[in-house]
Design a binder for this molecule. Structure first.
Ligand code: RIB
Ligand code: CA
Length: 306
């Protein structure tokens, strides 16, 4: 059993990742969910997280976090995810409320009181994680791993150089990537390949209200994906959870990765040191490939059993 905290900005793909974790309670013990401004404004993504948990009757504690990046102005993904951050499905108002602590204090308390090390699963900008590591540096000893969706060592999406989560708060990402904590990076190198195709959505039809919710998420999300030139819907965030559950479906390589914070056209770039010989320590396991079909089947199997 792995104790995890999911830090997210739901977010269509965040929602699917959360459902995958809930579907695997025998493997993942979700200590809590924290939210960060990204796909939508903080209040919206926090409400979305509460709505998702209300839909599946899971009263997992939710703590809201950073409204904006450490230094820069907030940059949202509403152009892709809609004004609510998770447009498409119509969900009832949440029946749960957020906890009184903010995300950083909440994560600190949960990690400190955990009887075993905790895995952090950031699925949005890394502002909360950076604040945690800077405010409570000693907490690193209780963090097993950071399995994050973000970056890309060969491609960007918000810009030619940078993936959205890293682009939004490059300074936070730099703190996290240089923290010394073990990192698995589910970046665009693998998540752009983790596409569910339109004909595969059949696996979600008439399988109950949760898979129907996922179907509605992907129907909305798929429109944006196609506008960005993709044949199917990229299951970005599910890769960060998927790796914890089925690492056998993924392939990757260790690299030294650092974050560009000074560049104008390279702001938020995750630069991997690919030189055959380098003095830099290899700090990140970068996911590069996956068995797409098996992964898609697995995601659908998970969400149909929630
Ligand atoms: O670039 C993809 C990432 O940005 C995903 O986490 C998605 O939810 C958005 O936050
Ligand atoms: Ca996300």
């Amino acid at each position: 059993m792995r104790n995890i905290i999911i830090d997210c900005d739901p977010g269509h793909d965040d929602a699917i990742a959360i459902l995958m974790a809930i579907a695997n309670k025998d493997k993942l013990n979700i200590l809590g969910i924290t939210t960060v401004g990204g796909n939508g404004l903080l209040d919206n993504v926090t409400k979305n997280a509460l709505k998702i948990l209300s839909l599946v009757d899971e009263n997992i504690p939710v703590a809201s976090g950073a409204r904006r990046p450490l230094i820069r102005e907030i940059h949202t993904g509403t152009d892709f995810h809609g004004d609510s951050g998770m447009d498409g499905p119509i969900l009832e108002d949440p029946k749960y409320e957020i906890v009184s602590m903010n995300a950083v204090e909440f994560m600190y308390e949960k990690i400190k009181e955990s009887t075993s090390k905790v895995t952090l699963v950031p699925l949005g900008p890394l502002t909360n994680i950076a604040l945690l590591l800077k405010t409570y540096p000693s907490i690193k000893e209780k963090i097993e791993l950071i399995s994050l969706m973000g970056g890309g060592i060969n491609v960007g999406n918000r810009t030619a150089a940078a993936e959205f989560n890293i682009y939004v708060d490059p300074e936070a990402a730099k703190i996290v990537f240089n923290s010394g904590v073990d990192i698995v990076m589910a970046g665009l190198d693998v998540t752009n390949k983790a596409m569910i195709m339109d004909d595969e959505l059949e696996m979600l039809k008439n399988k109950g209200k949760i898979s129907n919710f996922v179907l509605e998420l992907l129907e909305f999300y798929g429109k944006g994906s196609k506008e960005f030139g993709f044949e199917g819907s990229c299951l970005h965030d599910p890769c960060a959870i998927g790796y914890l559950l089925r690492s056998d479906l993924f392939k990757g390589k260790m690299y030294h990765v650092d974050i560009e914070t000074e560049g104008t056209i390279t702001r938020g770039m995750t630069l991997a040191d690919k030189r055959p010989v380098s003095e830099r320590d290899k700090n990140v396991y970068v996911l590069l490939d996956l068995n797409r079909k098996e992964f898609v089947d697995y995601v659908c199997e998970c969400v149909t059993k929630v």
